[in-house]
Write a protein that binds this ligand. Structure first.
Ligand code: SF4
Ligand code: SF4
Length: 143
């Protein structure tokens, strides 16, 4: 590199806008098709368990409390998920979708990586059973 062009580059770098953002104070809009946190909608779920069966990371448990009464709880292990979207494609009832704007999933608390979806009462039943077994049971999203 010639000395002249080196100076030119150095001077233009001084006046250029920075390429970095002041994250987390400034955030870029997430791309429309970004795969972030998985969400489950109970409305059409049949409890078939195909999503859990096809998940390559063992990140889903479909807990069937009462199949006839359609009492299901969906347990999502965020820390195991590779965001491959296989479960979304496998679900025949289109119950699953991945948000594009919930990608800040880091946490210092392991409990935050375990998410329960379902009716409040059903989730409580599962949490109580997990607590009595000494299992990990924490983050709860209820419908
Ligand atoms: S996105 Fe992939 S890894 Fe994550 S829960 Fe679905 S199938 Fe499993
Ligand atoms: S594949 Fe779909 S319908 Fe079957 S248990 Fe999973 S979410 Fe429910």
């Amino acid at each position: 590199m010639r000395l002249g062009s080196m100076w030119r580059d150095a001077l233009s770098a001084l006046v250029r806008e920075p390429a970095t953002q002041q994250y987390p104070f400034e955030r870029l809009q997430a791309p429309e098709h970004l795969r972030s946190k998985l969400h489950w909608d109970l409305t059409n779920c049949t409890g078939c368990g195909l999503c859990a069966k096809d998940c390559p990371s063992d990140a889903i448990d479909v807990i069937v409390l009462d199949k006839k009464a359609r009492k299901f709880v969906f347990r999502y292990h965020v820390d195991r998920c590779t965001f491959c979207s296989q479960c979304v494609m496998s679900c025949p009832k289109k119950c699953l979708e991945m948000a594009n704007d919930e990608w800040e999933l880091a946490s210092l608390t392991p409990d935050d990586f375990l998410v329960y979806y379902g009716n409040e009462e059903d989730v409580e039943t599962v949490l109580a059973a997990a607590a009595s077994n000494g299992a990990d049971a924490s983050s709860t999203d209820t419908e």
